[in-house]
Design a protein around this ligand. Sequence first.
Ligand SMILES: NC(=O)c1ccc[n+]([C@@H]2O[C@H](COP(=O)([O-])OP(=O)(O)OC[C@H]3O[C@@H](n4cnc5c(N)ncnc54)[C@H](O)[C@@H]3O)[C@@H](O)[C@H]2O)c1
Length: 271
Amino acid sequence: MPFPVSVAHSMVNSGIAQNPPTAPGDFDGLRVAIFGCATGIGRAVAEAFVAVGAQVAMADIDPSIEATAQSVGAASFHVGDIGTLDQPGRMVAEAAQALSGLDCLVNVAGIQIVGMVADTSPAAWDRLMAVNLRGPFLTCQAALPWLEQSSRGAVVNTASIAAQRGGPGGAAYAASKGGLQTFSGTLAVEWAPKGITVNTVCPGYVDTGFNAPGIALMGGQEKLEELVRQTVRLGRQATPKDIAPAYVFLASSGARYLTGKSIVIDGGIYP
Ligand SMILES: NC(=O)c1ccc[n+]([C@@H]2O[C@H](COP(=O)([O-])OP(=O)(O)OC[C@H]3O[C@@H](n4cnc5c(N)ncnc54)[C@H](O)[C@@H]3O)[C@@H](O)[C@H]2O)c1
């Protein structure tokens, strides 16, 4: 059914009709490399990109990424540890070669350590920072030569609502996500003259295996559900599919003027 004339006019006047959030053919052949997508949010992001016609390279430390990539319909898979010094660059190069270039780099890989500051070992702190913060730095660095060649280079990193405010037992994790958010904002400034956008997605509570240690520390699933009921305005945890569309939007032609920002997807915890 056609829109009433008044609605169609307001769409034209607001610019929506000329510049829709995603244009037909927007993602046809768009080359996207995703790090940390064997499970959870990353897998949903890969599925969302494939669904709109992008060519996707999937990278993860978990060898099950091979089977996941096949079932998602990805163009390639790459196994490696983003928390090392040499493997992020190797995987980016492999992914860009498999896709014959790169338009969008997505970092989702992350780990959690749960423990009070007094009990956190320097080794656990270092490992968490290596995966959550240095890993995205190294993939961004390695992706630059390819992103520069793209007419619509984009980076989407994954922080968390913990980037603004962590909870007891989550200081190291919060520090890594706060660092990633600040890194991303600064990189956006540095790469804006190159035409590359850099943004961050900050999920709230997402129902994946990732939170199991935190839920145990809280006292079990019932405690988490109580917390969600009390703090999340929409009254439930997110599913990975609630989070994934933001990544696709940030890689779309409609997001070319959006950089250095964070999209918080938390069901209304901090409206
Ligand atoms: N689940 C939540 O509530 C939540 C909330 C906010 C932010 N996040 C963030 O979202 C991201 C994804 O979390 P998720 O909930 O989907 O968890 P998940 O555990 O399902 O997914 C994490 C993925 O990263 C991969 N990975 C872990 N370490 C890696 C490494 N060293 N090298 C390469 N890959 C590695 C894992 O194998 C897995 O596929 C993480 O960065 C996490 O911090 C999650």
